[in-house]
Design a protein around this ligand. Structure first.
Ligand SMILES: [Mn+2]
Length: 325
């Protein structure tokens, strides 16, 4: 693990209190947003904070486009459409977004509060709590909701726990600290239906299973099996795509897994690594970012055929650096 990127936020609790005091005293509207291609932590942390601020009778709007597999968490009337400008006097709370360009639904302008756990976050915004030692932004939101003094309900605890569950790979990744498990226990104590939630989080559309078959037919092994790759064949519905990198990463002997999908803007890649190999280092060299074991990038303007050799070259460098080649 890259210690520098996992250093805790200095004065964490002081910053949590400052953000809580600021939010509590705000009279103007609050807009809560997260990142493009929202995952369980983006939706969970932002929905949890939105509901907590509603409980405080704040004028709060949640701008989001929840993906199909998370829509069961959300009521139809809870999320709003993107805006072009942040209204005068409004506060923009940005969650789980490693950089301003990743923010979805609103421009990063005006009074911005940035809450995140990505080490690469440039600490934008007027106030920020960026703690890379936290497993999920949802963990920070849990502490913030406590500091706000909001009474926990199952409706607030369920999305927050969802962020913890998804960003720790169901409490299986190395970021599953005692703190994560204590927090999860606390949230379950607030009335989350855990078995129902984890079951529901695994549901996939029927088309997903066909997509998985097509994806698995593209699996490739490189550098003696140290790298495993796969891509999305053309004609697969985006709604049926999923965490395929999370499946191929279990190829025995692999230290790094890369999944590629062609999109309008270029080729989007998801990277997972273990054993001293840094997915983050690979992603950064390809213009992206993320965490040491899980990262991603978009190779703008490239086709799938052009992206593969680029990915292989950068992964080879990383495998050399880590001493595998
Ligand atoms: Mn996250």
């Amino acid at each position: 693990m890259d210690a520098a990127h996992n250093a805790p936020e200095p004065r964490y609790w002081e910053k949590i209190r400052t953000v809580a005091d600021t939010l509590r005293e705000l009279e103007g509207p609050i807009i809560v947003v997260s990142h493009v291609d929202p995952d369980g932590d983006a939706i969970g942390s932002s929905l949890g904070l939105f509901r907590a601020l509603q409980a405080l009778d704040k004028k709060v709007t949640w701008i989001a486009d929840p993906p199909r597999f998370l829509r069961f968490l959300v009521r139809e009337d809870e999320y709003s459409d993107p805006i072009q400008h942040v209204p005068e006097g409004a506060t923009l709370v940005v969650l789980d977004s490693a950089e301003p360009s990743r923010v979805a639904g609103a421009p990063v302008e005006g009074f911005v509060i940035n809450i995140d756990h990505h080490g690469t976050n440039p600490r934008f915004g007027y106030l920020s709590v960026v703690d890379p030692s936290k497993a999920a932004t949802a963990q920070i939101v849990k502490d913030l909701i406590d500091a706000l003094g909001v009474t926990w309900t199952p409706e607030i605890a369920t999305p927050v726990l969802t962020g913890l569950i998804t960003d720790t790979g169901n409490f299986r990744f190395a970021n599953t600290t005692p703190e994560v498990l204590h927090t999860a226990a606390e949230l379950v104590g607030y009335g989350v239906q855990l078995a129902e939630l984890t079951d529901r989080l695994q549901w996939r559309p029927v088309g997903y299973f066909k997509a998985m078959g097509a994806v698995l037919s593209t699996v490739g092994f490189h550098f003696g099996g140290l790298l495993v790759t796969a891509h999305m064949p053309p004609g697969i519905n985006e709604e049926d795509s999923d965490d395929f990198v999370g499946i191929i990463r279990y190829a025995e002997g692999s230290q790094i897994a890369v999944f590629l999908r062609e999109r309008e803007e270029g080729v989007k890649i998801s990277i997972r690594s273990r054993g001293g190999v840094s997915a983050q280092a690979v992603a950064v060299k390809l213009g992206g970012g993320g965490h040491v074991p899980a990262a991603g990038a978009t190779l703008r303007g490239l086709t799938l055929e052009e992206a593969y050799p680029r990915v292989l070259a950068v992964v080879e460098e990383e495998l050399r650096r880590a001493g595998y080649l």
